[in-house]
Design a protein around this ligand. Structure first.
Ligand code: GTP
Ligand code: MG
Length: 405
């Protein structure tokens, strides 16, 4: 598999309340980039993401699942998180090791408690956020009502990038006001037909496009001057402005999707690939000594283990983020949190649920996994000899219940 450089990697967390459609969206994303040939469903118990028996039995995610999508020459590392409050720890971990959160909203139920909770966590961590308004094909979908709720709850930073022409079971088309095009689908979804905006929608589309242009221009003085001179921006300038707005959290773009019918998913992935920030553009994480560590592929190798699973026939799988340097297959690293024990990373993988693809090396900013390490726990930092970084940047909330003493 290709080794991606830091400027080709985007790390994204799929977040949102229980049942909003994150796992179904993950499935559609994997299908769109060709990892799977057939989309599974949560009901069919055959999704890439919910592969543990307990998840199949209950029909919802219990663990976060890491997957990657090679798309438009970029590597999107995505973590599908459980929405249930009981498993919020996984979502907090995922947000800490990724750079952008996609908050999935069920357009039948709107802004839920789970939506607000995860939004607050992202706010505390200063992470860029975009919203995926999902289930637009659902019986009770009500896009306009949910957009109003979002404005009330999250303020005027909510910016519509798209709007549906109708919602409910008839949903099959939307207007994209960034590209100023209409997207429509046959009942099977998938590849859209892209056409000109019909005259009847032009006024509304222009109005929303103007709002988007203004929001994009606000984040850059040069763009602002250009906007005042010409009253518009090119598509590339808008992308640049939106990217800056995402990083400073002054824009929360809203996308339209039906994950189940695979409508709007590819277009949202294009935005993830082309617009959301790269690892190198985000604030540098701090080590325990308070030093900011740049995701520099030529720096000392340091990896942070954020998740451990036990898989049948394999044993422990350790998921990690490369914080700096480059980790190669066969490297010996020192576990600075477990008595400086030496660990050989005999195998390195990029992971899609339980599918593991061997990779020769992973560079700073990337996410991968290794197996059969001797004594590595979640939260441990493994470094090259001579590097003494530790990371413990993930802070979990206090438990709601605990045993009385
Ligand atoms: N009609 C419709 N149903 C959807 C859509 N997306 C998801 N669903 C259904 O909504 C239910 C929940 O979907 P999931 O993908 O498991 O939702 P989730 O956000 O991963 O849920 P948790 O893992 O519990 O947080 C399932 O029955 C899906 O089939 C959609 O776009 N349209
Ligand atoms: Mg799920």
């Amino acid at each position: 598999m290709k080794v991606y450089q830091s400027h080709e990697i985007k790390n994204i967390a799929l977040l949102g309340s229980k049942g909003s459609g994150k796992t179904t969206l993950a499935e559609a994303m994997l299908y769109e980039c060709g990892v799977i040939k057939r989309r599974g469903t949560v009901e069919g118990k055959n999704t890439v993401s919910d592969y543990f028996p307990v998840e199949k039995e209950y029909g919802y995610s219990v663990f976060s699942t890491v997957f990657y999508a090679e798309f438009l020459g970029k590597k999107l590392n995505v973590i599908d998180c459980p929405g249930a409050d009981d498993f919020v720890g996984s979502a907090i971990t995922a947000l800490n090791v990724t750079d952008t959160g996609v908050i999935v909203i069920d357009s039948q139920y709107g802004v839920e408690v789970g939506t607000q909770n995860i939004f607050r966590t992202a706010e505390n961590l200063n992470k860029p956020i975009l919203f995926a308004m999902n289930q637009l094909d659902g019986e009770k979908a009500d896009y306009d009502n949910v957009i109003n709720q979002m404005h009330e709850t999250f303020g005027n930073r909510i910016v519509q990038v798209q709007y549906p022409l109708s919602c409910g079971p008839s949903f099959n088309a939307m207007i994209d006001v960034l590209l100023m095009k209409m997207y429509s689908w046959s009942p099977e979804g998938g590849t859209p037909t892209i056409s000109e905006i019909p005259e009847s929608e032009m006024e509304k589309a222009r109005e929303l496009n103007q709002k988007l242009v203004e929001a994009a221009a606000e984040n850059d003085e040069t763009l602002m001057e250009k906007f005042f001179e010409q009253g518009s921006l090119t598509e590339d300038e808008m992308r640049e402005g939106i990217r800056k707005g995402l990083i400073t959290r002054s824009i929360y773009p809203v996308f339209c999707v039906s994950a189940l019918r695979d409508m709007g998913v590819r277009r949202m992935m294009e935005f993830l690939g082309n617009v959301v920030p790269f690892v190198s553009e985000m604030p540098k994480p701090e080590n325990t000594a308070g030093e900011k560590i740049a995701p520099d592929a030529n720096g000392p190798t340091s990896i942070y283990c954020f998740k451990t699973t036990v898989e049948p026939h394999i044993g422990e799988v350790s998921y990690f983020k490369v914080m700096s340097g480059t980790v190669h297959q066969g490297d010996d690293l020192i576990n600075v949190d477990r008595g400086d024990g030496r660990e050989r990373l005999a195998q390195l993988f990029c992971v899609c649920g339980q599918i593991r693809t061997p990779v020769e090396e992973l560079v700073a900013g990337d996410i991968g996994a290794s197996v059969k390490l001797k004594d590595v726990r979640t939260g441990n930092t493994l470094n090259t000899k001579g590097c003494d970084y530790h990371f413990d940047f993930i802070k979990y909330p206090a438990p709601k219940y605990q045993r009385a003493i």
